[in-house]
Structures are given as C-alpha cells and as structure tokens.
Design a protein around this ligand. Structure first.
Ligand SMILES: Cc1cc2nc3c(=O)[nH]c(=O)nc-3n(C[C@H](O)[C@H](O)[C@H](O)COP(=O)(O)O)c2cc1C
Length: 115
C-alpha cells in the first residue's frame, strides 16, 4: 500500500456492475476499462503521466465497501513527469494484423512466426 501514499494523485476505477442487466457483465467490465483508458489518454494528452495498476486490493471487500463500488478495475497513478518518457521497444503491430478477404480462415503473422 506504500505506493499509494507516494503518488501525487490516485484515481480509483470503481465499477457499478449489474449482473442481471440486459447488458452482459463482460460488456460492462469492458466499458469500464475503455472509460479508464480514455481517462489515461486524456491525462497524457494534457501532459500528465499515468499508469494503470491493479492488485489483490482490488478484491478487498473492506476497500470496495468503503469506496462504495461493486468492483475495482484498478487504479490510475497520476503525476507530472520529471523527465521525458523513455522510448520503449514495441512489437511490430503488423504481426498482429491481417487483411481478411472473406475466404478461408484468418491467420495472423505472429502465429505463423511462433509455429
Ligand atoms: C487492468 C490493468 C492492470 C495493470 N496492473 C498493473 C500492475 O499492477 N503493476 C504494473 O506494473 N503494471 C500493471 N499494468 C500495466 C501497466 O499499466 C502498463 O501498461 C505497463 O507498465 C506497460 O507500460 P506500457 O503500456 O507503457 O507499455 C496493468 C495494466 C492493466 C490494463
């Protein structure tokens, strides 16, 4: 829990889940995650730095009750970067994309590479 007290700001990603709703639970969770990602993108756009973290405390009944939420998709740790972001090596996105012409099975370049 120490990390929490050292962050300039922590945003709890509380979820109001309705298991019996006409919207499937999985979609509700996905919508929460999409919302969280939009907040994260917005923060970065405004010049803040943020990282999404989770952990066992997301399942902590006491914490959930205290926050008044049904579930936690995690937390956003937010601050102002002290130095420029390090450029990370990313996988080539082309390995994860495929043009499908409507015929035959879809097969991704990354799967061909690994087999
Ligand atoms: C739902 C979720 C939970 C995450 N939990 C953690 C976490 O507890 N600890 C952590 O180091 N990274 C966690 N991450 C990953 C970081 O948010 C981040 O994506 C990762 O450090 C890689 O950074 P990058 O996105 O710049 O490559 C989580 C990501 C998601 C989407």
């Amino acid at each position: 829990m120490h990390r929490f007290s050292t962050m300039p700001m922590v945003i709890g990603l509380g979820m109001a889940l309705r298991p019996d709703d006409k919207i499937p639970l999985q979609e509700q969770v996905m919508a929460s995650a999409a919302g969280a990602m939009n907040v994260l993108n917005g923060l970065h756009l405004e010049g803040f730095g943020g990282v999404w973290v989770s952990g066992a405390y997301c399942e902590d009944r006491t914490l959930l009750t205290r926050l008044g939420v049904d579930g936690l998709a995690g937390f956003l740790f937010v601050g102002t970067p002290q130095e420029p972001d390090r450029v990370k090596r990313r996988p080539d996105v082309a390995h994860y994309m495929v043009d499908w012409n409507g015929l035959g099975d879809v097969s991704f370049p990354v799967d061909k590479r690994e087999s």
